[in-house]
Design a protein around this ligand. Structure first.
Ligand SMILES: O=C(O)c1cc(=O)[nH]c(=O)n1[C@@H]1O[C@H](COP(=O)(O)O)[C@@H](O)[C@H]1O
Length: 229
């Protein structure tokens, strides 16, 4: 079975990212390229990771008018990535346009939507004039995403159990904000351990700093893969 661990390659340069992935195999993890590395290393680097056999999640969280997001998804698909994302708060027309654009390509890349960022708590959400709790807002945006025919969502593992009941067994739940016991929470708020996330029924976990800043990344990866079995 392929790994359900997605490592967030949040590095400032292509060289640092390549050095980090050198000992990794596509069987032990998938890789996520987000803003920091994409801006520094570009689309050719994403293709390089795909050519090495890794499943790549291109995390650019598109959030724009429907036509622009649809075109961006087509461009992302042409890189051969396994998964990409948009912000669900971009609305249903945007998500439908993105899905349709992907269907017009040869790619079978998965398209998921970010609900409420795992760094957000009730207070920060209220600051954006959203009066609902994070859980209520996640539930609302998750239903909107499903109605827009996307493959799944990004959410906190804390919400996974409740969402699985509402959204059914096929809908993908991809969960960052994962912190192995004893690791620093940093800017994340809605966190869980890998074992707790697994027990909550998530499909994939996204882990960055607890692996990339560890003195022994391979040991952390092995332990997380065990926790996810
Ligand atoms: O879309 C994402 O991947 C994402 C969504 C979200 O709600 N929260 C979140 O942390 N992420 C990403 O997941 C990764 C988490 O990294 P660490 O906090 O270092 O484990 C980062 O690359 C974030 O950009």
């Amino acid at each position: 079975m392929s790994s359900r661990l997605i490592i967030a390659l949040d590095f400032p340069t292509k060289e640092q990212a390549l050095q980090f992935i050198e000992p990794l195999s596509p069987q032990s993890c998938k890789l996520k390229v987000g803003f920091e590395l994409f801006v520094a290393a570009g689309p050719d680097f994403v293709k390089q990771l795909v050519d090495k056999g890794f499943d790549v999640f291109l995390d650019l969280k598109f959030h724009d008018i429907p036509n622009t997001v649809a075109s961006a998804c087509k461009s992302a698909a042409s890189l051969g990535v396994w998964m990409m994302n948009v912000h669900a708060s971009g609305g249903q027309k945007m998500m439908l346009a993105a899905k349709q654009a992907l269907e017009e390509t040869q790619s079978n890349a998965k398209l998921i939507a970010v609900t409420v960022l795992t760094s957000m708590d009730s207070e920060q959400l209220a600051g954006t004039n959203v009066a609902s709790s994070p859980e209520e807002q996640v539930k609302h945006l998750a239903k909107l995403t499903k109605a827009s025919m996307l493959d799944g969502i990004v959410c906190s593992a804390r919400e996974a159990k409740m969402l699985r009941e509402i959204l059914g067994p096929e809908f993908l739940l991809v969960t960052p904000g994962i912190r192995p016991a004893g690791s620093a929470q940093g800017d994340q708020h809605r966190v869980m351990t890998p074992a707790e996330a697994n027990a909550s029924g998530v499909n994939y976990i996204v882990v960055g700093r607890p692996i990339t800043q560890s003195a022994d990344p391979l040991a952390v990866i092995d332990q997380i893969n065990l926790d996810m079995q």
